[in-house]
Design a protein around this ligand. Sequence first.
Ligand code: SF4
Length: 348
Amino acid sequence: MAAVAHRIATSLPLLKDEPGPNAERFDLESRLATLAPTLDLEAEIQRLRKERNAVILAHYYQEGEIQDLADHLGDSLQLAQAARKTTADVIVFCGVHFMAETAKILNPDRIVVVPDMDAGCSLADGCKGSDLAAWKASHPQHAVVSYINCTAEVKALSDVIVTSSNAEKIVRGFEPGRPLLFAPDRNLGAWLVKKTGREMTLWQGACVVHEQFSEKAIVQLREKWERTAGSVEILAHPECEAPILRHADFIGSTTALLNRAKASSAKALIVATEPGILHQMKRARPDVTFLDVPSEDAACGCNNCPHMKRNTLEKLYLCLRDLKPRLEMDSELMNRARVPIERMLSLS
Ligand code: SF4
């Protein structure tokens, strides 16, 4: 339990009179500014969670202090499964926008709140529904397989959704000869093509975090730790670029990487994904040295997802206290987007 110092983690300009997102940002910043620095945020979050009959879902890329408060901690698939099962009145989604949308689509009658509505995702932002619709129209024979990191509009246009946990199984399940479009992550798509031998036409999106890891840094880290620790393994998420994946001893989803870390006999593990996952890895294996991978510009700290890290304990407290920002979605869009999500869940 700690009285957490007051932190304001965002720096967008405050344009009080502008409608839309700026007004929402102003509202959040204003509420943050009124928080007493001595407030025991963790105790207040625990109290409000019970009072609201709320469930807190958190992704592995969240800060450790948020992970520690979660009712369900997981990757995209696990959180979608938890969202489908919950009976709570309020879902607090500590992750990014497309994940909260998935929770809302699976629970249209529940209140879904997020600590910061501006927590987006470069993959989702790089593939607009209108662009995907045009791509799909120019490939009328193709089935559309979309990574869960996409907007509800893209999901609604897809035949099935996949995560990095189940993508290989679902792609292998398509009838032979059926041409496939894969969106929006070209790196995950290319890795799936290599794994399954199944040709797919790929949307050219990428994650701003995973595409920036430095190959040179990985090679240097391995050389250094082989000399000092003796045994080293490189674990990588398939959102990484091919030159990074070539060096990996194990490639898998965030949960698969965590499980590999738990089972590995290596003395040092180099982990090429968002470093939020190291919180659970270190907890599970205090005997192992964990090393995150710097990005090409080592000074920028770009291996931390700027969207995931928008969420803070203060904002988590506020969204539970005030039940906002609240995710509202068009019901017809949710109905269409639910079909390929449910298809994925039934195949997982
Ligand atoms: S780490 Fe990449 S894929 Fe994940 S939420 Fe951040 S930008 Fe999106």
